[in-house]
Ligand binder design. Structure first.
Ligand code: HEM
Length: 123
C-alpha cells in the first residue's frame, strides 16, 4: 500500500486554518464553566491566543516559530487538575469538529495534546 501523508499543519489548514481553530478554542474555553475563570483572569488573552496559534503552527510542522515559554514553565504553579486537562482537550476536539477537521486528523491532534499532560497537570 502506498500513501502520501500531508503534515498535520497542512491538514489543519495551515496558518489560516489554525488561526480559525484557535479562535474557536478560546471561545469554547470562555464558555466552559470548568475553566472559564482561568482564562478570564489572564492579563493578556490576546497574547495567549497569539502564542497558542504560534505553538500549534510550529508544533504541527509549520514554518512559524513559537515565541512563548515551554508548556512546563507556562503552566507551572497553576495547579491544573486532571478534570481541567480533560475538558480543555474536549474544547479542542469541539473546535476542530466545528472547523470541519476530519476524524483521523482530530485523533492525531488528540495524541499530541495527550502527550503534553505531564507538562501541564499539577506542575
Ligand atoms: C495540552 C494542553 C495544553 C496546551 C497545549 C496549552 C498551551 C498553552 C499555550 C501555548 C499558552 C500560551 C503561553 C504564553 O502566552 O506564553 C497557554 C497559556 C495558558 N494556559 Fe494552557 N495549554 C494546555 C492546557 C491547559 C489547561 C488544562 C489549562 C487549565 C484550564 C490551561 C490554562 C492556561 C492559562 C490560564 C494560560 C494563560 C496564562 C497567561 O495568562 O499567561 N492550559 N497554554
Amino acid at each position: 500500500m502506498s500513501m502520501t501523508t500531508a503534515s498535520l499543519y497542512e491538514r489543519l489548514g495551515r496558518h489560516e486554518g489554525i488561526t480559525r481553530i484557535t479562535r474557536e478554542l478560546m471561545k469554547n474555553h470562555l464558555a466552559n464553566p470548568l475553566v472559564k475563570t482561568r482564562y478570564e483572569n489572564s492579563e493578556d488573552l490576546a497574547r495567549v491566543e497569539r502564542r497558542a496559534i504560534e505553538f500549534f503552527c510550529a508544533g504541527t510542522g509549520g514554518p512559524e516559530s513559537y515565541s512563548g515559554q515551554d508548556m512546563l514553565a507556562t503552566h507551572r504553579g497553576m495547579n491544573i487538575s486532571e478534570q481541567e486537562f480533560m475538558t480543555v482537550i474536549d474544547d479542542a476536539m469541539d473546535a476542530l469538529e466545528k472547523c470541519g477537521i476530519d476524524t483521523p486528523t482530530r485523533n492525531d491532534v488528540l495524541a499530541v495534546l495527550w502527550s503534553l499532560k505531564n507538562e501541564v497537570i499539577r506542575v
